[in-house]
Design a protein around this ligand. Structure first.
Ligand code: SF4
Length: 325
C-alpha cells in the first residue's frame, strides 16, 4: 500500500473543510472496503480524514419514519428493535450482508459507497474503465458470471454489491448529505449512477460531500428481502429482491420492488410494479411482472442464467404473500 496522510475530525463541517482543503483526500470510517481497495492498488488517496468521532451514529424512529446516522454500524441498525419490527426488509438485507465482523465495523454511509466486486476492478493488472478510465473493460469478453444484465454500457457491466441499498431503494429512502455548499438530500433512487460513458463515477456525491444520514419513510405495508448467493454466508448476491407490498383482500394496493445482482445500480422496476399494482397477487401476475422486469435484459456469455433466476426468485418471494394460480 502506498503511503497516505491521516487526520481526525470532531464535527461534520470540520470534516467537509478538511476533505476540501486536502488534495486527494477521502473520508474513512469503518474502512472495511476502502482499505482493501488501497491495499490492492485499485484505489489510492493521498490523505484519509477519519470521521469515526462525528456524532452521526444514532438510529431514531418516529411516526414519520426512521433516521439512521451515516456512521451507524450495520449491526447496530440490523439489531435495532424498531428496524426489526417496522422495517424487516432492512434488517433482513443487513443480516444477509458480509460477515458479523464486518457488520460490527462497516457503516451505513460506507455501505452505500462501497465499490463493485468485479474481479477485474480489484486486479490492478487488468483493463478496467471503472478503475482506470479509457483502459477498456475486461469483463465484456471475459468472465462475467457475476455481472449485470440491466443498465450496462459498452464501457462497464459491473453490478453494485450493496444489499442495504436494494432495501433502501424499495423503501423510498432519502440520503442526507453535507458538502462545501451546505446540506442537500438525494433519493436513493438516483443516488447511484449507471456506467454510461463514465463508469468511474459511481454516485452523485460531489467532492468533499459527506453522508450524514439516511431517512426511511415508515412503510404502510409488509416487506421482505430475498438473497440468492453461491454460499450461505459472507457472499455477495447473485440475485436479490427487496419487496414492499401493501396487500388488501388478496389484491395488491401498492408495491415497490428493488433488485440486486442484476443491474449496474440497485435496480427498481416500475414496469414490474405496474403489472402487479391493482392486480390479485397470483403466480400468473407475478410471472408477468418478472417478464416485464427482464424485458430489456442484455445477457453476456456467462450471466444469462440470471434472467431466469430473478424471475423464479420473484415468484418464490411474492408467492409467500399468498399467491396462487
Ligand atoms: Fe471494470 Fe466495469 Fe469492466 Fe468490471 S465491468 S472490468 S468494473 S469496467
Amino acid at each position: 500500500m502506498k503511503a497516505f496522510g491521516y487526520s481526525q475530525v470532531r464535527e461534520p463541517a470540520e470534516a467537509v473543510r478538511a476533505a476540501r482543503q486536502t488534495p486527494g483526500a477521502a473520508f474513512i470510517a469503518g474502512g472495511t472496503d476502502l482499505l482493501n481497495l488501497m491495499r490492492d492498488g485499485a484505489q489510492h488517496h493521498d490523505h484519509l480524514v477519519d470521521i469515526n468521532h462525528l456524532d452521526l451514529a444514532s438510529v431514531a424512529d418516529s411516526s414519520k419514519g426512521l433516521r439512521i446516522g451515516g456512521l451507524a454500524r450495520m449491526r447496530h441498525v440490523a439489531e435495532h428493535r424498531s428496524v426489526r419490527e417496522r422495517y424487516p426488509v432492512l434488517a433482513e438485507a443487513l443480516e444477509a450482508s458480509a460477515s458479523p465482523q464486518v457488520r460490527n465495523m462497516a457503516t451505513i454511509g460506507g455501505n452505500l459507497l462501497q465499490r463493485t466486486r468485479c474481479g477485474y476492478f480489484r486486479d490492478a493488472a487488468s483493463a478496467c474503465n471503472k478503475r482506470a478510465p479509457g483502459s477498456g473493460c475486461s469483463a465484456l469478453e471475459g468472465w462475467n458470471r457475476g455481472h449485470a444484465v440491466l443498465g450496462g454500457s459498452e464501457h462497464c457491466i459491473a453490478t453494485h454489491p450493496s444489499d442495504l441499498a436494494v432495501a433502501l431503494l424499495a423503501l423510498d429512502a432519502v440520503v442526507h448529505l453535507l458538502g462545501p455548499d451546505g446540506p442537500r438530500q438525494v433519493p436513493v433512487d438516483g443516488f447511484h449512477l449507471r456506467p454510461g460513458n463514465a463508469p468511474h463515477v459511481d454516485t452523485v456525491l460531489r467532492p468533499a460531500e459527506l453522508i450524514t444520514a439516511v431517512e426511511v419513510p415508515r412503510p404502510a405495508a409488509r416487506s421482505r428481502y430475498l438473497k440468492l448467493r453461491d454460499r450461505a454466508t459472507f457472499e455477495f448476491a447473485v440475485v436479490s429482491i427487496a419487496a414492499v407490498v401493501d396487500l388488501r383482500g388478496g389484491r395488491v394496493r401498492d408495491v415497490r420492488l428493488a433488485f440486486g445482482g442484476i443491474g449496474t445500480t440497485p435496480w427498481r422496476s416500475p414496469e414490474a410494479e405496474a403489472v402487479l399494482r391493482g392486480a390479485p397477487l397470483t403466480v400468473d401476475a407475478i410471472e408477468r411482472a418478472g417478464r416485464a422486469l427482464v424485458r430489456d435484459a442484455v445477457p453476456r456469455q456467462h450471466n444469462g442464467f440470471k434472467v431466469e433466476l430473478v424471475q423464479r426468485a420473484l415468484v418464490e418471494l411474492l408467492s409467500g404473500w399468498g399467491g396462487s394460480r
